[in-house]
Design a protein around this ligand. Structure first.
Ligand code: MN
Length: 407
């Protein structure tokens, strides 16, 4: 039977009304007019126009050119807006008003959906941290002594977060292998990916006042896939003693779609067992499960190379926020924090080429040829799905990017 309406979705559509991620789009007809869109099936609902047509107390928030006003409005408003959107796309009485406001996905140009404030990236996968420790410090303990006591992170460069689909120029910089007599300058020869999950802050916090574990849902709006592009040769030479700098800051790609936390209630899962009780501000033994069961897939030129399981992350997003603010540092609307590379215990679950090829020792045999690190023209795409309500699945919006030659 032919589809009667874009809202008549096939059963099990992972972008059904149980999902409803938010983005910002323009169309070819109005390339300057950025609008908030909500993805439903293969279409984008013009949320501001829908709010105006159907009457909403929050129409002004949905008429904005970015998600920031909605992000700043806080959890009770987020819940009301999601309830209204759900009604608009599911109740037959609204169909006539909603259908003309649906834009086919391939006619929508997606933009970075929020103005990024600060960007912090963590290192929260025990399997990733262990693999990296074994590769770079083969004679020492793989995990540093602090690793299981606090979520390790660093401040990144918010101005170079880019929306999915943006090309990534191969970075140049200094590199020096241990045996080299002196550093050389040139295009990175170890350009890598990091499969991560990003979180965006909605409600700000007050400087001087920590955000406890239990206040996570009050401040964090939603999550998305994130690719923390990494130049391993630049990173290896520069990172001692202050951590990542130019090896990371040239680009970080984020999905165009932010999945609200509420859509992921059924995906909540307990993090791995702790080896010992954590300090009280990080102790989540009695808290709501802080993990998310997201099954990530990483593909290079369309060929899957890894399937990292986010449920295996040792540190949760709530613990990362609690740690990030425990010294009194505040949260701002639009703050993004990355989970850290997601790697599971199995070889095929590693979220970086550094681990998948053991720093270039074991090349991947791909249809496009052998790969140790990325070549110019390679396109990396990450997708993910999660359990939804009542046995359904929901998909996260993809994050993709193609490498272009160094300038
Ligand atoms: Mn990272």
């Amino acid at each position: 039977m032919p589809q009667q309406s874009p809202l008549d979705l096939p059963e099990g559509d992972p972008f059904g009304p149980h999902n409803l991620p938010y983005g910002v789009f323009t169309t070819a007809a109005e390339p300057q007019r950025r609008r908030i869109g909500v993805r439903i099936g293969g279409h984008v609902l013009d949320a501001g126009a829908a709010a105006a047509a159907l009457g909403s107390a929050h129409a002004d928030l949905l008429a904005a050119p970015s998600l920031n006003p909605l992000l700043a409005a806080g959890r009770p408003v987020w819940t009301e807006v999601r309830a209204a959107l759900t009604a608009w796309v599911t109740e037959p009485a609204h169909r006539a008003a909603v259908e003309p406001l649906l834009v086919p996905l391939d006619e929508a140009v997606m933009h970075l959906p929020y103005e990024v404030a600060d960007y912090v990236d963590f290192y929260a996968s025990e399997h990733h941290a262990t693999n990296v420790g074994r590769i770079f410090r083969p004679d020492g303990e793989p995990l540093t002594p602090n690793w299981k006591h606090l979520p390790i992170g660093y401040h990144g460069r918010s101005g170079t977060l880019v929306v999915s689909g943006t090309d990534v120029v191969r970075p140049s910089g200094q590199r020096k292998a241990p045996a080299d007599p002196a550093p050389v300058f040139g295009p990175s020869i170890k350009l890598d990916i990091e499969a991560e999950v990003g979180f965006v802050v909605g409600t700000p916090s007050t400087m001087g006042t920590p955000v406890p574990l239990g206040a996570f849902e009050d401040h964090v709006f939603g999550l998305f896939l994130l690719n923390d592009w990494s130049a391993r040769d630049l990173q290896a030479w520069e990172y001692v003693p202050l951590g990542p700098f130019l090896g990371k800051s040239f680009a970080t790609s984020v999905s165009a779609w932010v999945t609200p936390l509420e859509a992921l209630d059924a995906a909540r899962t307990a993090p791995p067992a702790r080896d010992f009780p954590l300090l009280p501000y990080l102790d989540d033994a009695d808290a709501r499960p802080g993990g998310f069961d997201l099954r990530i897939s990483v593909a290079i030129n369309g060929e899957e190379v890894a399937a990292p399981p986010f449920a295996t992350m040792y540190w949760t997003a709530a613990q990362q926020v609690a740690h990030m603010t425990v010294n009194g540092a505040s949260l701002r609307t639009g703050d993004v924090f990355g989970s850290g590379t997601v790697s599971g215990p199995e070889t095929g679950q590693r979220g970086s080429l550094l681990e998948l090829t053991w720093n270039g020792r074991d090349a991947l045999e791909l249809a496009a040829g052998k790969r140790t690190f990325l070549e110019d023209g390679d396109e990396v795409t990450m997708t993910a799905w999660a359990p939804g309500p009542d046995g359904t699945r929901l998909a996260l919006g993809e994050v993709t990017g193609r490498i272009t030659p160094a300038v």
